[in-house]
Design a binder for this molecule. Sequence first.
Ligand SMILES: CC(C)(COP(=O)(O)OP(=O)(O)OC[C@H]1O[C@@H](n2cnc3c(N)ncnc32)[C@H](O)[C@@H]1OP(=O)(O)O)[C@@H](O)C(=O)NCCC(=O)NCCSC(=O)C[C@H](O)C(=O)O
Ligand SMILES: [Mg+2]
Length: 281
Amino acid sequence: MSRPVRSVLYIPASKERALEKARDLPTDAIIFDLEDAVSPEEKDRARDLLAEELTAQDFGARLRIVRVNGLDTPWGAADLAVFAGHPGVDAVLVPKVNAPAVLDAVAAVVAKPLWAMLETAQGCLNAAAIAAHPRLEGMVMGTNDLAKELGARFRADRLPLIAGLGACVLAARAAGKVVVDGVYNAFKDEAGLRAECEQGRDMGFDGKTLIHPAQLAIANEVFAPSDAEVTLARRMIEAYRAARAQGQGVAVLDGRIVENMHVANATTILAKASAIAALAV
Ligand SMILES: CC(C)(COP(=O)(O)OP(=O)(O)OC[C@H]1O[C@@H](n2cnc3c(N)ncnc32)[C@H](O)[C@@H]1OP(=O)(O)O)[C@@H](O)C(=O)NCCC(=O)NCCSC(=O)C[C@H](O)C(=O)O
Ligand SMILES: [Mg+2]
């Protein structure tokens, strides 16, 4: 199991105070943003500030991802020149990836693992080819840009976005890549955030991107296996073992069948719980 990414916090690279706070926040990963959270006037200063912070600060076990500007913008090439080999960066996140060719262009100058923003109609339609890119490790949904491009309305059930979200989860799973859900904009609305995290978790996402520290606790809780799920996973594995010892291929637990794929799922749940517990030590 790859490292947990229950919570993935965006931090605008132009905000000193937010960058400073990040070292102590309980987030599994950080996206240091040079793209949409930074105004054109601030782009150059933000790039320099981030390069310094990533050199000077220790972000502990948190995965350090830098979201660069696209290569089709005035800032993309300079961003890549600074962060392509920066020792404080674990991965480079490429915005608005429409096709694998966008990743090819970045891969030509960056030796680090790549992540891709899926946030256009074309990107969602090409999700399988993008997910299969050999240098790609993770995918991030950009639900604000996607809604804008679709002309879709924001709804609590996200019905207009479900086709795109589902296509990207399918693509990520088919290619064995990490996939993280989009942000919830109303950062003071805890009930709304929880509902959207639960929906994303139930669809198969590994975690949620966040915009404010107040959103961390809910994402960390929702995307972690609950105590009840861990207990059930152990019991399923045990029941299946006992059935197999008696020559049976199927166990019955609490009135439900347990077969080999349920055991594989239970094993994944236990591995995820262990990986999360290891972060806490
Ligand atoms: C949304 C915000 C502008 C709110 O900022 P602010 O008014 O400063 O909030 P608070 O006063 O409540 O902040 C309290 C303290 O927390 C720190 N803080 C705030 N946000 C962050 C953060 N993201 N990371 C770390 N620390 C943060 C403040 O500095 C305060 O600290 P203290 O002084 O000690 O009290 C702001 O939260 C913000 O800018 N959020 C990030 C916005 C962003 O990154 N947007 C771009 C990504 S979303 C996107 O583009 C997704 C995708 O591409 C798509 O298309 O959907
Ligand atoms: Mg976007």
